[in-house]
Design a protein around this ligand. Structure first.
Ligand code: NAI
Length: 335
């Protein structure tokens, strides 16, 4: 099965190479079609996303990508935002789960954040009023709220999750967040077996830190989802561990939550777990669930030994070392 691979910038190429090696060792049927986008491509080709990237994604329907550096302060917002908009990848799904053998202040955290991916303040509707005043317009629509909230409830139903928490700031943004919340209230009525909880975003941030175990599925708008998923990453050990996927009706782009980490790029220091768990989400979706399970088990097993922890986890293992250990531990257990 062909999958588009975009290695991206910064640590992207290193972690994607690690992922390719691990998937090969797993015996996955995935064949990668490599194209590239990002800052490094711009330097050579004067475009951030060459046409062949679009063609490949449209043909294969499934892509996995490394992070891309976003130029700040220029006309261009973000390649990620462009791809999400072009393919209407409305659901950004980010599982925040404690990994066995990676100790943090919290145990057994297991929540999934559904972030609306196409509207809110990320639409780029900014206007200059004067040199000293700029406006940014927040857009929330019923149609787009409905589909992300439904997706969250359907996920909860499918995976036997008990609760969906809707996160807004509807007390202040009465029209926009008020609409999102009202749509949530309406949709929740079709899922009587799933508890429906309403929380304000500031309170959510506090509760996530005080007691993350109370959360199950969270559904929220674009900006709140962006911030809460980084907060969630911090609860379970950092950005180097959190997978994600952007899904539309027929195209899915798998990518970790973290960025291109320019501070550690090219130094063999990056943690590949996030991209490996991202790959495991992809394997789950393409019918290779057993391989996905095997991969997750191997990651847990590899983490038993602190010598295999990368710098972000307090250790000094290199990217190459942890990749080799994960491959070694794949063989051990059969489901
Ligand atoms: P970042 O996620 O790249 O880095 C934040 C901190 O986390 C850094 O200290 C970094 O070393 C560490 N970190 C991130 N991933 C790691 C990993 N796998 N292993 C070990 N440590 C890791 O966020 P930052 O610095 O805000 O953004 C850098 C660039 O990445 C920016 O241009 C930003 O726009 C872009 N970005 C791209 C994303 C994407 O393509 N999906 C997502 C987020 C940011």
């Amino acid at each position: 099965m062909k999958v588009t691979l975009i290695k991206g910038d910064g640590i992207g190429p290193e972690i994607c190479d690690s992922m390719k090696k691990v998937l090969k060792a797993l015996g996955s049927k995935v064949e990668f079609e490599e194209v590239n986008a990002g800052a490094s491509v711009f330097e050579k080709e004067n475009t951030f996303i060459p046409d062949e990237v679009f063609k490949s994604i449209e043909k294969n329907k499934i892509a996995i990508k490394g992070p891309i550096t976003t130029p700040i302060g220029h006309g261009f917002r973000s390649i990620n935002v462009e791809l999400r908009k072009k393919y209407d990848l409305f659901a950004n799904i980010r599982p925040i789960k404690s990994i066995k053998n990676i100790k943090t202040k919290y145990e057994n955290v297991d929540m999934v954040i559904f972030r609306e991916n196409t509207e809110d303040l990320y639409m780029g509707l900014e206007e200059k009023i004067s040199e000293d005043e700029f406006h940014s317009i927040k857009v929330i629509t019923r149609k787009k709220s409905e589909r992300i909230i439904k997706a969250a409830f359907e996920y909860a139903k499918k995976f036997n999750r008990k609760k969906v928490t809707i996160v807004t700031k509807a007390n202040i943004m009465k029209f926009t967040d008020g609409l999102f919340l009202n749509v949530g209230r309406e949709i929740s009525k079709s899922y009587p077996d799933i508890e429906f909880e309403e929380l304000l975003v500031d309170n959510t941030a506090m509760q996530m830190v005080l007691n993350p175990n109370k959360f199950d599925v969270i559904v929220t708008e674009n900006l709140y989802g962006d911030i809460l998923s980084d907060l969630g990453a911090g609860l379970v050990g950092g950005l180097g561990l959190i997978p994600g996927v952007n899904k539309g009706e027929d195209i899915a782009i798998y990518e970790s939550v973290h960025g291109s980490a320019p501070d550690i790029a090219g130094k063999n220091l990056a943690n590949p777990i996030a991209i490996l768990l991202t790959a495991s989400l992809m394997l789950d979706d393409i019918g290779e669930e057993n391989l996905a399970k095997k991969l997750r088990k191997s990651i847990e097993k590899t983490m038993e030994d602190k010598k295999n922890h990368t710098k972000d986890l307090g250790g000094d293992a290199s990217l190459e070392k942890i990749t080799q250990e994960i491959i070694k531990n794949l063989g051990g257990e059969n489901e």
